[in-house]
Design a protein around this ligand. Structure first.
Ligand SMILES: *Cc1c(COP(=O)(O)O)cnc(C)c1O
Length: 437
């Protein structure tokens, strides 16, 4: 596969942009090799500047659940842009999107739009602290909620991959208010609440963690987290930035039947444009300025282009019959197919799938938290990743990231991906045999 144009673009970018990228994981730092510079996308395919074509399972890290350049989403953006791009005054489409969010996720009685997932979780924490008049936050090892100071503690994916779970520049005084527990570990959570329960403002959780690879909650675990937060008067914040409109229209809270106090969104809600949102119970949300004293603002928040792309995307997700059934079935088929293909070559992987998310761990033991995820064979993943890429299959470039499925993928793509996987796992088997010697 020719990658000369990407290689040249990367070396030029590196002179002006730190690491040549505007978000670390794009640099292929953990897998090595040349990151592909993408020229365009259509449906489930992307095309790089060398003219290579790929079946895309990154989908901009989740947003493109309808596939790239969906004609109706593009038309909605065109229509909006012709009227001007930003006013810093209210527009009708903001309420349209807020109503669609409320319809899909009824626990979000009121919604405030921001510009990224990071901004959504940062704002939700401030609100939770103000509402409860408490300081401490509980998060889970390996969960990622954006890059602001309070939550850049054992943050998973980028941070985990790069080996800097606590970034320099985060004051210890701030990180000290963030308590970290293992996912799926009830005893650890009981312990933290027994010790600090009176000062815990909120527990923030990826109910289905997707930033240490894809991890699933054990039976009853999320119910336990809901129960213990309520018992101690702490708020439960579901970070559904990745899972919202992706594991199901109503996100994890619909799948597992849990009602969080606050929910954070981003990714799909912007339909491929930069948007974030947080929302929840009315009496909590009413504390935000200008109604209440909790300050939070944004010059471009509720931007009409982003709102239009998001609203059209949500409309299509609501309208399209069988969309989530199809996406869920394809994720499951691919994940189990990958596991079977690996087994055929004597490679053991743990395959996880839910809704439009799937992933495999190169691990012969069950993976259910950050510690178990870390025992995976990263070298084997890297061999697999490059073998797939070389065959035109674009997977997330890290063992500790999730892959995504869109409605634009079909049986043909799944079959092609599984064929490529046979070749890739044969290479992994060679790698693991050589390593064992
Ligand atoms: C991507 C992500 C974020 C951060 O969103 P940005 O828009 O990148 O700031 C936060 N939480 C979760 C669960 C995410 O997957």
């Amino acid at each position: 596969m020719k990658v000369q144009q990407s290689a040249e673009a990367f070396s030029e970018a590196k002179q002006y942009i730190p690491g040549g990228v505007n978000s670390p994981v794009r640099s292929f730092g953990s897998v090595g090799g040349t990151p592909r510079f993408i020229e365009r996308g259509q449906g489930c395919r992307i095309y790089d500047v060398d003219g290579n074509e790929y079946i895309d399972y990154v989908l901009s890290w989740g947003p493109m659940i309808l596939g790239h350049a969906h004609p109706k989403v593009i038309a909605a953006i065109h229509e909006a842009v012709d009227n001007g791009t930003s006013f810093g005054a209210p527009t009708l489409v903001e309420t349209v999107l807020a109503k669609l969010v409320n319809k899909a996720i009824p626990s979000m009685e009121m919604v405030r739009m921001v510009n990224s997932g990071t901004e959504a979780t940062m704002s939700a924490l401030r609100l939770a602290r103000a509402y409860t008049k408490r300081n401490k936050i509980v998060k889970f090892a390996g969960c990622y909620h954006g890059h602001h100071d309070s939550l850049l503690v054992k943050a998973g994916s980028g941070a985990m991959t790069y080996g800097v779970p606590d970034s320099p520049g985060v004051p210890a005084s701030i990180a000290g208010n963030t308590l970290t527990v293992a996912f799926n570990d009830k005893a650890a959570m009981e312990e933290v609440f027994a010790k600090d329960g009176g000062d815990i403002a909120a527990v923030i959780i990826e109910a289905v963690p997707g930033n240490m690879g894809l991890i699933l909650p054990q039976e009853g675990y999320l119910q336990f987290v809901r129960e213990i937060t309520a018992r101690y008067g702490a708020l439960l914040i579901f970070d559904e930035v990745m899972t919202g409109f992706r594991v199901a229209l109503g996100g994890c809270q619909a799948v597992f039947g849990i009602k969080p106090d606050l929910t954070c969104l981003s990714k799909i809600i912007g339909g491929g444009l930069p948007v974030g949102a947080y929302g929840g119970r009315r009496e909590i949300m009413e504390q935000i300025a200008p109604l209440g004293a909790v300050y939070q603002a944004g010059t471009l928040s509720g931007n009409p282009l982003a709102m239009s792309a998001g609203a059209k995307t949500l409309q299509l997700l609501i309208e399209t019959k069988g969309l989530y059934e199809k996406v869920t079935a394809m994720s499951l088929k691919l994940a189990t197919g990958l596991q079977r293909a690996a087994q055929k070559q004597g490679v053991i992987v743990q395959a996880h799938a839910i809704g439009g998310m799937f992933g495999i761990f190169f691990n012969d033991k069950a993976v259910y938290d950050y510690e178990t995820a870390k025992t995976s064979d990263v070298g084997a993943f890297n061999v697999y990743f490059h073998a797939m890429l070389e065959q035109g299959i674009y997977l997330s470039p890290s063992q500790f990231e999730t892959c995504f499925m869109s409605y634009a993928h079909g049986e043909t793509e799944i079959e092609r991906t599984l064929q490529a996987a046979e070749v890739a796992f044969a290479k992994v088997a060679e790698y693991q045999a050589a390593k064992a010697k």
